[in-house]
Design a protein around this ligand. Structure first.
Ligand code: PLP
Length: 384
């Protein structure tokens, strides 16, 4: 078995060899600025155009609706600032959930300190939005609703099509952070009535530092970045051509194995959950059991802290992620775990294991055995 076993695919994913191969010529031979007219520039522009078409196709958008950005964080920021600033005359109210990524929460909080208003749509104990609850939160001055497609910590998938339909009916713009789902879960921006969608290449085996924002044609947003006419004037700055080509290639490759991977990873996810529940006492699975990312396992293990578990796993060659961070001597649950109602004691032993394209059954069985050993060792220490 090849070590390390990488079970942190929600944090980032390895770049596929075919993606690296597609990018390489754009560093060395086709290095032109894509805004120029001579042939190395034109070749770079062709690479960008192809990537734009692939990204658009993957979500049933048109190429002119795709704006390339530096990643998920910029896309989320640009969507929120862009819509709220461009639509001030219509209203200043925006809605989101308490389990969003900080890339959504922080720009909203900053806007709220500067004359806008932000409210939370409640989520249930699985971190899921009920469209009926959202309907109650929409006001005449609501301009934007931002609800993530799937949660990056606990893997819960939201009913995006129902939320989109409701927002369209009520005349409110709908943004979704699809950083954890683009290339993993089928997305159709038309059928799901999405107005703005954020994605990031490094979550789908593409390079880091490149992403995109889908902006439905005709939606008024302010410019993301000033100082150039690139991206039809929406985002100034020389394009990151190799990154964009890498994103396009990654989207092309992953959408071919999306269905197969979903089925395989769902099977492995359930094997991991069942194995841990059989061999460990005091295991609680967080998030939805039915509306869940195929690659996400998020659990709390009673009586132990997440960080020493991570260190124990790392010693055995397994990469994972904790759900609570140690700050000033006490363990602080993430905002997501707090929002789904976990108390500090339960959230201490939070652990996220996220599977990927390379994960196989052998890796899962090794993880079950290793994690049980690490937890037993830590529990012995506590008792001693
Ligand atoms: N949104 C979600 C749901 C994420 O999981 C992440 C990254 O972890 C981001 C936004 C930020 O994306 P990026 O790392 O590309 O800035």
């Amino acid at each position: 078995m090849k070590l390390p076993i990488y079970l942190d695919n929600a944090a980032t994913t390895p770049v596929l060899p075919e993606v690296v191969e597609a990018m390489l010529p754009y560093f060395t031979e086709l290095y032109g600025n894509s805004a120029t007219l001579y042939s190395v520039g034109v070749a770079a522009r062709d690479g960008v155009d192809t990537a734009r078409e692939t990204v658009a196709e993957t979500m049933n958008a048109t190429p002119d609706e795709i704006v390339f950005t530096s990643g998920g964080t910029e896309s989320d920021n640009a969507a929120i600032w862009g819509i709220m600033q461009a639509n001030k005359h219509r209203g200043r109210h925006m809605l989101t959930t308490p389990v969003e990524h900080h890339a959504v929460l922080e720009p909203m909080e900053t806007l709220a300190e500067n004359g806008f208003e932000m409210n939370f749509i409640p989520v249930d104990s699985e971190g899921r939005v009920d469209p009926d609850e959202l309907a109650k939160c929409i006001r005449p001055d609501t301009v934007l609703v931002s609800v993530m497609h799937a949660n990056n910590e606990i893997g819960t998938i939201n009913p995006i099509a129902a939320i989109g339909a409701l927002c369209r009916e009520r005349g409110v713009y709908f943004h979704t952070d699809a950083v954890q789902t683009f290339g993993k879960v089928p997305i159709d921006v038309r059928a799901m009535k999405i107005d703005l969608l954020s994605l990031s290449a490094h979550k789908l085996h593409g390079p880091k530092g490149i992403g995109a924002l889908f902006v439905r044609r005709g939606i008024p947003v302010i410019r993301f970045q000033e100082g150039g006419e690139q991206e039809k004037g929406r985002r100034g700055g020389t394009l990151n051509v190799p990154g964009i080509v890498g994103l396009g290639k990654a989207a092309e490759v992953v959408r071919h194995y999306m269905a197969e991977d979903t089925e395989r990873l769902t099977f492995l996810r359930e094997r991991l959950i069942a194995g841990l529940q059989t061999h460990l006492v005091g295991v609680r699975i967080n998030g939805s059991r039915t509306h869940r990312l195929s690659f996400n396992v998020h659990l709390c293990i009673e009586g132990v802290d997440g960080e020493p578990i991570l260190l124990g796993l790392d010693d055995a060659g397994i990469c994972a992620s904790a759900g609570s961070a140690c700050s000033s001597g006490s363990v602080e649950p993430s905002h997501v775990l707090k929002a789904i109602g976990l108390d500090r004691e339960t959230a201490r032993g939070a652990l996220r294991l996220t599977l990927g394209h390379e994960t196989d059954a052998e890796a899962i069985d090794y993880t079950i055995k290793t994690l049980c050993g690490v937890v037993a060792g830590l529990r012995d220490l506590v008792r001693a």
